[in-house]
Design a protein around this ligand. Sequence first.
Ligand SMILES: Cc1ncc(COP(=O)(O)O)c(C=O)c1O
Length: 398
Amino acid sequence: MDYTNLFTKDMPAEVAGPPGQAEDTKYTFSVTYTDRDTMPVQGFVDALADIMPREGVELAKYPPPQGHVGLREYIAQALHDNRGMDVPVDNIFLSAGAGGAVGTILDAFIDAGDTVLVEEFCYSGTLGMLMGKRANVIHVRSDENGMDTDALEQTVKGLVAGGTQPKLIYTISVYQNPMGMTLSAERRRRMVEISQTYGIPILENESYADFRIDGDPLPQAMYGMDDQGGVSHVSAYTKLLGCGLRLGFGVVPDPVKEVVGKLRFGASPSHLASMAVFEYLNTHGDEYIAEVARSLGAKRDAMLAALGEHFPPSCEWSNPHGGMMLWGRLPEGADTWNTLEKAVAAGVKYNPGAVYRATREPNNYMRLTYSYHDVDEIRDGIAILAGVFEREGLFEGA
Ligand SMILES: Cc1ncc(COP(=O)(O)O)c(C=O)c1O
């Protein structure tokens, strides 16, 4: 078969990755894998043993387009109790991870050339989707309280004055990936005001909301603050219960629901996975979430201690109150993009800061995840990484 002229001309744009990124390594500090030390493997076995006799025959049919009703009811209750959101079950759809829900919502909004506002550094998966769609991605200054809403409004005003109406504000508003901060209550109110004033919908990604280790309780989700149907919300059970489950969800206001419905809600995820997750969370959810937070707290502290021991004081690290990652700034001039290959050869993987920027130019930032490995492995892996950076001159600065 000659395929030369047969493939679609509408492929996503290619997005460059750093050399070494695709290799396997002994120490993986580059992905927010589930905490394997708390992951409830036997809990799933028991949950399936309980639910299969009751609901298993349902697998003979296709599931509802928006996914398992019991799990959506559980999500509606959890969002009410924990995130200050009152959402009808019909406005929730299950998806293949948070990424599936984000992808479907972006498909509903974004065409090539559309302008999307994101944090100063933005999770590489969503950024890759936006770049794949050839969107015009604008990074907005962000600090320890999240996206700077004054800077956001200035940017929006400038764009509108120049004839560009932004299509979407995308924010990872809780334990931001990669920077680790949470958007403050005050800035959430401002962001909703800006959204309403300029007619720009918000997509808030709260994938890490279940991972509060310490610090203040989380502010209310913007979905619950907005009374004009301008906010969509996504989250997932992948980080909590297993990335391989591919189970997340989107929550959308009615007009958006109509359109994502036409996109078939991204096609619902495995009903078997939904059944197991529903049964497990319904019976063990609260105690399990508390246990994961304790474990992540110990791992965060172990990683910070190892970084304090092996990295010089010229390197600065975030100290997040939750989530699964640390954000680091090395001395000016340190090129974390081109050093990754050397670290990978030594058995350690991290994410260079440039993967969180649409321009991709190398910079001196990096992200390390602490969720997957145990405390001893974290210590060993960080010591190896420090050795690589020392040898490569990254601690010396420009
Ligand atoms: C903010 C954010 N959104 C989405 C995803 C994708 O997650 P999932 O495996 O649930 O699709 C990730 C994974 O790292 C993430 O950090």
